[in-house]
Unconditional design. Structure first.
Length: 213
């Protein structure tokens, strides 16, 4: 049975996936590097530096590690500017309802995100206090598709991985859930991907039927 839901953050509980895209796009345009939405989808769930490496594949020149650090910092600055617009009204439709339903049923809720900006985003959304555990990019060595962040969330909850379900908008996240021995539900553009997922959701509300039938 499912005792806990581990939510990915960006692209699941909030539309910050669009902000990531816009911030990388601004950086790529300034560098004269081709970057589009399909490349953008590859950045879902992977770390900041791994994302930069994917973008630099399209560059004609090579970058030193100092230059890479500077580009990643620049992108994060643009991203943080965009995050300043976030308010509690930006929590994805259905997120408050599904979290409330979990509370009512005694199902634990956690965050499992590769983002180092997770604490800031949760604060801006006013969601921080609702989660029994938050595992994020500040605490892990390996980001998705490695299962580390989800296993850390389960450990913090003191719930066995096989009793957890992960909600993800990234292929890397679905792979990570499987490697963690957890169930998974795909939402967003990944719903049409061939990546293994136990469930596919058009809306967050559909999770209630998955968990409680
Ligand atoms: C999430 C997003 C990724 C992003 C990663 C790191 O997993 O889906 O697109 O690269 O977080 O985000 P950060 O906020 O630490 O740069
Ligand atoms: Mg995501």
């Amino acid at each position: 049975s499912i005792l806990a839901v581990i939510f990915d953050l960006d692209g699941v509980l909030v539309h910050t996936d669009q902000y990531h895209y816009q911030a990388w796009k601004r950086m790529a345009d300034e560098e004269g590097i081709v970057f589009d939405e399909s490349a953008g989808d590859r950045l879902r769930g992977i770390s900041r530096m791994e994302s930069l490496e994917v973008i630099l594949e399209k560059s004609s020149r090579t970058y030193t590690s100092e230059e890479k650090e500077a580009l990643a910092a620049k992108k994060n600055g643009y991203y943080r500017e965009l995050l300043e617009q976030l308010t509690p009204a930006d929590a994805a439709p259905g997120s408050h309802e599904i979290i409330a339903a979990c509370k009512l049923q005694g199902t634990k809720v956690a965050i499992g995100s590769s983002s180092r900006n997770t604490p800031v985003i949760l604060e801006r959304l006013g969601l921080t206090h609702l989660f029994e555990a938050v595992a994020d990019g500040n605490e892990i060595d390996n980001s998705k598709p490695d299962p580390e962040v989800f296993l850390l969330a389960a450990k913090k909850l003191a719930i066995d991985p096989e009793c957890c379900i992960v909600v993800e908008d990234a292929e890397a996240g679905l792979v990570a859930a499987k490697r963690a021995g957890m169930k998974s539900a795909a939402i967003g553009t990944v719903i049409n991907s061939p990546a293994a997922a136990d469930y596919r959701l058009h809306r967050l509300e559909e999770l209630t039927a998955v968990i409680w039938g």
